[in-house]
Design a protein around this ligand. Structure first.
Ligand SMILES: Cc1cc2nc3c(=O)[nH]c(=O)nc-3n(C[C@H](O)[C@H](O)[C@H](O)COP(=O)(O)OP(=O)(O)OC[C@H]3O[C@@H](n4cnc5c(N)ncnc54)[C@H](O)[C@@H]3O)c2cc1C
Length: 435
């Protein structure tokens, strides 16, 4: 099969410097090849000595970067098949949740959870352990039940949950290090409806005394705080409408008041790009994300950082960050605290521990943010905080390794599929292979 030349890469790549979504990373090459078939992917992988796959470019650090060449699977974005009996959907390598979710719903099916936005690719999200919230909900990669990977030799490897056991658990959060994922199979469930409510001004004292009750108050709970005035600014709760059980929001939640209009997590911003609140009934895929497809998610101009700590240390860790409120305040747009259930995926930050994630949406001021990260990381060190793989962090590779007990086996697995480091980049060399 003929391989299109780099000059025929996407127009947006040629027109301007190739950057990530936030614009804080200018990628190390402009060579971007769109691929539209498994055969073409195999041909590129055999031909190139180094390459990375670009998803929707929503990562904030260099995890997706390359100095050599990129593949974009963007033309490969179809739903391959829904297996109604097995309750799975198989999709091609670049489909986004925004494309998949409404289609799944139209077929009577749903996913267990979504991230704050639907704009990201399923593979990019799962390979970096992207998550939503909900104390009983694993991150998005816990829905993966099979993968098709083109490894460094150009061979096509299929891994699945029932057949490949621990190797599968190692491969799902693969950090882009194992090969090109050309298709992915996800567990699905019957479609469901949800209601979303927002409460304002939850005192930190209530959070301290009733953290478990607050987290278990709905299917998915997100706490937004600017760390000022000893309070959580907004509590977003997303409630599943179970058959025969009607959820009624109380006017108060541990001292927080039910909002009377739709809100943005950053309360000064218009709620226009946010999903519907005020208890309006809607399908799962229009309530689980905070931001609507077709609109700019979050603040737009921003940087992001996120740390996972064991759920049992949640309150201590939150109060540790709160003590930094004067330092963090000037650079912060908003923080979000979410719950993630434990899983068995080797490189997942929630590996074998129920976790909470403390997230920071920063103003786009890297010099200031880069000074704050080690300060926050020092406060969270007693809890062995693990950083989000796709966001900004300063933790050293040595410490990172000490916090991932399956790291040695993951390195072995990556070397099995990619002995010469074809899919490695500076991020992986530093944080995984050199640590
Ligand atoms: C506004 C915003 C909101 C966000 N909200 C959340 C959130 O709620 N929760 C959360 O956990 N994270 C969140 N993130 C982070 C985001 O989920 C991750 O950055 C995720 O990786 C994005 O997927 P992507 O397709 O953009 O991946 P990219 O950034 O393009 O790539 C990420 C990694 O995936 C690899 N990759 C992509 N496709 C393939 C493939 N087909 N085969 C092999 N490797 C591949 C890349 O090589 C790279 O290593 C958010 C990011 C932004 C910008």
């Amino acid at each position: 099969m003929a391989i299109p030349s780099a000059s025929r890469a996407f127009a947006w790549a040629a027109a301007e410097k190739l950057k990530n979504w936030a614009g804080n990373i200018e990628y190390g090459t402009e060579r971007l090849y769109p691929t539209n078939s498994l055969q073409q992917v195999c041909d590129y992988v055999k031909k190139e000595s180094k390459l990375k796959v670009l998803g929707t470019r929503h990562s904030f650090n260099h995890i997706a970067d390359s100095k050599d060449c990129f593949l974009s699977l963007q033309p490969m974005n179809e739903v391959v098949t829904i297996d109604r009996a097995a309750h799975t959907v198989t999709v091609a390598g670049s489909i986004t949740y925004g494309q998949l979710a409404p289609y799944l719903d139209s077929q009577g099916f749903a996913l267990h959870n979504l991230a704050s936005l639907p704009h990201i690719s399923v593979v990019g999200a799962c390979t970096t352990a992207t998550h939503g919230s909900g104390e009983k909900n694993g991150n998005l990669s816990t829905a993966v039940s099979a993968l098709e990977i083109v490894t460094a030799s150009g061979e096509v490897v299929k891994l699945s949950h029932p057949h490949d056991g621990e190797t599968f658990n190692g491969a799902v959060v693969g950090l882009g290090a194992l090969g090109v994922i050309t298709s992915i199979t996800l567990d699905i469930q019957p479609s469901y409806m949800m209601r979303q409510y927002v409460y304002e001004n939850l005192p930190f004292s209530a959070l301290r005394d009733h953290f478990d009750a607050i987290e278990s108050s709905a299917y998915s709970v997100s706490l937004f705080t600017d760390w000022q005035k000893q309070r959580v600014n907004e509590v977003w709760i997303k409630s599943r409408v179970e058959q025969g059980v009607e959820f009624h929001a109380t006017p108060e939640l541990f001292g927080a008041k039910l909002a009377t209009k739709n809100l943005h997590p950053i309360s000064d911003l218009s709620a226009e790009n946010c999903t519907e609140q005020m208890g309006v009934l809607g399908p799962w895929y229009e309530r689980l994300p905070h931001f609507r497809m077709g609109f700019t998610p979050s603040a737009g101009k921003e940087l992001q950082t996120e740390y996972f700590v064991p759920r049992r240390h949640a309150v201590e860790a939150i109060l540790a960050v709160e003590r930094l409120h004067d330092q963090v305040g000037p650079s912060l747009l908003i923080s979000e605290i979410r719950a993630i259930a434990a899983d068995n995926l080797w490189m997942s930050p929630a590996y074998q521990q129920d976790s909470i994630a403390i997230h920071f949406t920063w103003k786009p001021d890297w010099p200031a943010v880069s000074k704050l990260l080690p300060v926050i990381e020092k406060e969270l060190a007693p809890f062995n905080a693990r950083p989000h793989w796709a966001k900004l962090f300063a933790i050293s590779p040595q410490i990172l390794h000490s916090r991932y007990q399956r790291m040695p086996e993951f390195i072995e697995l990556a070397k099995k599929y990619d002995p010469q480091g074809k899919f490695r980049n500076d991020f992986l060399d530093k944080n995984i292979f050199g640590g």
